[in-house]
Design a binder for this molecule. Structure first.
Ligand code: AMP
Ligand code: MG
Length: 487
């Protein structure tokens, strides 16, 4: 194990040991994440691994530390934050480059502020499942190796039990890591951090005319592309504060996230976000706002405001190109046509008015047959399962007519199109109620449902007839589910 972050000056972090988790047990593990760092199934089950997962032992050559950072929370400068419950152990070399191992929920740190340094089982399972689900969806994300639980109680709205997630990413450096040194007026540290990030993660930028502007542009591009991915799959992060934005453009710091179910572009997944700053429809714009915050922080290194502005200006075109490409693929188009935007806008208008389930809509759209006889009514209608998602059937029919015409324009072949659409429109996403069922069982010490759900979510695009129920609409009881910042 190595630790390049620990090679940064000592004011970037505090070295400390994890707080032991009493009598830990293994709640869940991802063999796919394990494979990334060369761990096999057998070693995942070993007591010595569990000791590390729980923070009760540390790997050879680990140099545990918590990093300092700051950030804007809900649009307001929040000052110093930092790893309040995360401890970075070090990095493991892999064929894709070094991957850092971080324990989340491993006890108090100098940055814990009012918190207790712990994470509850509920949010740990959610982070674990969603990290692995997003990876399987092909969306940039930190990974989760495993969750260790304990009966140790922690106080939230009620008393819950604690857990630790072992997360993995090439780095957990955030936009807020840069803002920290900018707002403290410490340009040397700012430069040290930027040079570290460029050397390790953006080495091709070292020779750019202005490497710091090039860094801002590269991060802006990745962030714009990430937002397009989120929108296309209906993922809502819930807390897009600048301290939760990865400098690599990966999804990190899973909290009160959600996947869009009944479509509503104003949907707010985080119960604590009363103003809806991080609603589904706002995410792309907030991604841009966050890049501005990063640009502000990098300005002392970049020099001219115009240079920083030019780097930030790539956001809109990159986002637009990516979302258009993703949406065309979701609709099964192999070509781009001039009036595709109109068709997409009409589709979103129809989704917004009718609130069909987002995931089911796109998945069922793949079954549409271009030349079907649509004169039949009711169950005999060839589009029935898809059309039935809409209250206003006539509105759907009108859109479907345009969609069919568009498909004919490129001589689309039903079977080929369905295969291509099924490969990009997931059948299985981490619906809140699915997570909730797995969590409630885990709270009773039955971890089988977490494991089963993980398996389903690792193959989101495959038909899994034995798991059809996991693709179903949420049951009535789920309408009361709320997720908040409490974790
Ligand atoms: P978040 O927006 O959830 O990623 O967290 C914002 C800040 O609060 C970060 O600095 C976290 O480390 C810190 N934090 C959240 N929960 C806790 C906790 N239970 N104990 C200590 N710090 C926490
Ligand atoms: Mg965070």
């Amino acid at each position: 194990m190595q630790h390049s972050f620990a090679g940064l000056p000592s004011d970037f972090y505090t070295r400390l040991m994890p707080t032991p988790l009493p009598q830990p047990y293994l709640v869940a593990a991802s063999s796919q994440a394990a494979a990334l760092i060369g761990l096999d199934q057998a070693s995942l089950a070993e007591q010595s691994t569990l000791d590390i997962l729980a923070g009760n032992a540390i790997p050879d050559q680990a140099q545990p530390l918590s990093a300092v950072y700051s950030g804007h929370q809900f649009g307001v400068w929040a000052g110093q934050l930092g790893d309040g419950r995360a401890i970075l152990l070090g990095e493991v070399p892999t064929e894709h480059g070094p991957i850092e191992l971080q324990l989340k929920g491993a006890g108090l740190t100098p940055y814990s502020r009012m918190g207790d340094g712990r994470a509850v089982l509920r949010s740990s399972i959610r982070e674990f499942l969603c990290s692995e689900a997003m990876a399987a969806l092909g969306i940039p994300t930190s990974r989760a190796l495993a969750v260790a639980g304990s009966d140790q109680g922690v106080v939230r709205e009620t008393i819950e039990t604690s857990a630790v997630v072992l997360r993995m990413a090439p780095t957990f450096i955030r936009f807020g890591s840069f803002e920290h040194w900018f707002y403290r007026n410490q340009p040397e540290q700012l430069k040290t951090l930027a040079d570290y990030v460029i050397a390790r993660f953006y080495p091709q930028l070292r020779d750019a005319a202005n490497p710091y502007a090039a860094l801002l542009e590269a991060v802006t591009r990745r962030t714009a592309e990430l937002m397009a991915h989120w929108q296309a799959v209906g993922f809502m992060h819930g807390v897009m504060n600048t301290d939760n934005m990865s400098i690599l453009g990966e999804t990190i710091d899973y909290g009160p996230f959600g996947f869009m179910e009944a479509f509503d572009s104003n949907h707010i997944c985080n119960h604590s976000d009363s103003q809806g700053r991080y609603s589904y429809g706002n995410q792309p714009q907030i991604g841009h706002w966050n890049c501005y915050a990063l640009g502000q922080a990098l300005l002392p290194l970049i020099g001219e405001v115009e240079t920083a502005q030019a780097a930030l200006d790539v956001y809109q075109p990159v986002f637009a190109a990516k979302i258009d490409a993703l949406l065309r693929a979701k609709l099964g188009f192999t070509t781009a046509q001039d009036d595709d935007r109109d068709l997409l806008d009409a589709m979103f208008g129809m989704l917004h008015d009718n609130h069909p389930d987002f995931t089911l809509f796109f998945r069922r759209l793949g079954n549409l047959q271009v030349d079907a006889d649509t004169s039949e009514e009711g169950n005999a209608h060839p589009d029935a399962p898809l059309r039935d998602l809409f209250i206003d059937r006539a509105a759907f029919d009108a859109w479907a007519l345009r969609y069919r015409a568009r498909l004919r324009q490129e001589n689309s072949i039903d079977s080929l199109r369905k295969a291509a659409m099924d490969a990009v429109n997931p059948k299985y996403v981490l619906r809140n109620y699915l997570a909730q069922v797995a969590i409630e069982k885990a709270q009773q010490k039955d971890f089988t449902e977490v494991a089963r759900l993980l398996k389903v979510l690792q193959r989101p695009f495959d038909e899994q007839p034995e798991h059809e129920a996991y693709a179903a609409l949420p049951p009535d009881w789920a309408s009361h589910l709320e997720v908040s910042c409490s974790s």
